[in-house]
Each structure stands twice: as structure tokens, then as C-alpha cells.
Design a protein around this ligand. Structure first.
Ligand code: ADP
Length: 190
């Protein structure tokens, strides 16, 4: 199985590159952000609770997203592999994911980190906010909170995979196709 973690701060391009990876490698895309937004649009209780936090740029509790991922792994038993996008976002989530995959006799193949400067991120997110309609893209203060959450809680996840020798970093500035070529090279060398 090819199980990839796509890693990077908000606005790094994880969603864009995921789409291309799914097509090329036939992977199931699991984006916790997308799953949470689907819960919100369906008006579920989980969605209503998550929305309060997401609109402020704060992470939702680990057990909520771990439960969501566990369900998705169970409902995609025949997948050739997964691309995890926006998950794991804390070390506790990374540990839980290892446990879930192990129980299915599988493991993470590699974490691919997209490196993008803070100023470029802010520009991209404000631009995206103009047409994404996402409340958390709409103002600079909330975006700054998301980047702060990322630096405090999510950046340490890179060390978790470095310790397992599964970390690979890619320059996330450049054309979409050039970045995709760099990612594909990493995958083909696995
Ligand atoms: P981005 O990476 O652009 O910030 P996402 O769609 O991945 O966008 O996430 C949007 C919001 O959803 C986050 O700010 C957070 O509130 C919530 N969220 C998504 N994934 C997770 C996760 N794995 N753990 C906790 N909260 C999450």
C-alpha cells in the first residue's frame, strides 16, 4: 500500500497536489478539513460543534478527527493506498494513525512536506478567501491563528516522521506541475 501524509501549513497547496496524486496513483483522498466541512453542510451535531472552532482557526479535538479517519479506513478496505491531507495535525493524531494502520497490517510510506514562506501563505489564503467562501480564509487575524496553531501543534509532527526516517521536504513555491514532478520523484524512489 502507498500511504502518504501530505504536510504543510494552511495554503501550502496540499489540496491542489492531492488531487493530482489521486489521479496518478489511484489513492483514496482523506482530507479531515473536507470531511468536517461536509459534516457542517449536512448540519450534523459534530459539524455544528466543529464549526465553532474552525471559524476561529482553532483545531478540533483529536478524538473527533481520529474517529472520522478510523471510519473512513474501515469503509475503504480495498483501497490501493491513502493520501492523508490535513491529518495528522498533532503528535497524538500521528500516534493514533500508526495504531490504526498497524491493525490493518499497513503503515505510512512517507510524509511529504511542502515548504512555503509565511508571506506567500498569507497572500495565497487571502486570495483564496475571495472565492472559496470559507469563513476561516476571510480575515488576516483568523489566518494568523491557523498559522500559529500550525506552528505550535502541527509542526512537531514532522519530527515524529523524521524519527521514523519517513520525512521528505519539497519546495512548495513554483508552478503546480513542477511541484508535482518533485513529489512524484520522491514517491517513485520509495
Ligand atoms: P487548511 O489546511 O487550509 O487550514 P483544512 O481544510 O485542512 O484547511 O482545515 C480547516 C480547519 O479544520 C482547521 O483550521 C481545523 O479547525 C479543522 N481541522 C482540519 N483537520 C484537522 C485535524 N486533523 N485536527 C484538528 N482540526 C482539524
Amino acid at each position: 500500500m502507498l500511504n502518504l501524509v501530505l504536510f504543510g501549513p494552511p495554503g501550502a497547496g496540499k489540496g491542489t497536489q492531492s488531487q493530482k496524486l489521486i489521479d496518478k496513483y489511484n489513492l483514496v483522498h482523506l482530507s479531515t478539513g473536507d470531511i468536517l466541512r461536509a459534516e457542517i453542510s449536512q448540519g450534523t451535531q459534530l459539524g455544528t460543534e466543529a464549526k465553532q472552532l474552525m471559524d476561529q482557526g482553532i483545531l478540533v479535538p483529536d478524538e473527533v478527527v481520529i474517529g472520522m479517519i478510523s471510519n473512513k479506513l474501515d469503509s475503504n478496505k480495498d483501497a490501493a493506498g491513502f493520501i492523508f491531507d490535513g491529518f495528522p495535525r498533532t503528535v497524538a493524531q500521528a500516534e493514533a494513525l500508526d495504531g490504526l494502520l498497524k491493525s490493518k497490517n499497513s503503515e505510512i510510506s512517507c510524509m511529504i512536506a511542502l515548504e512555503v514562506s509565511n508571506s506567500e501563505l498569507l497572500n495565497r489564503l487571502l486570495l483564496r478567501g475571495k472565492d472559496s467562501g470559507r469563513p476561516d480564509d476571510a480575515n488576516a487575524e483568523i489566518i494568523a491563528r491557523r498559522i500559529e496553531e500550525y506552528n505550535n501543534k502541527t509542526a512537531p509532527v514532522a519530527n515524529y516522521y523524521k524519527a521514523q526516517d519517513k520525512f521528505c521536504s519539497i519546495n512548495g513555491i513554483g508552478s503546480i506541475d513542477d511541484i508535482f514532478t518533485s513529489i512524484s520523484t520522491v514517491i517513485n524512489d520509495l
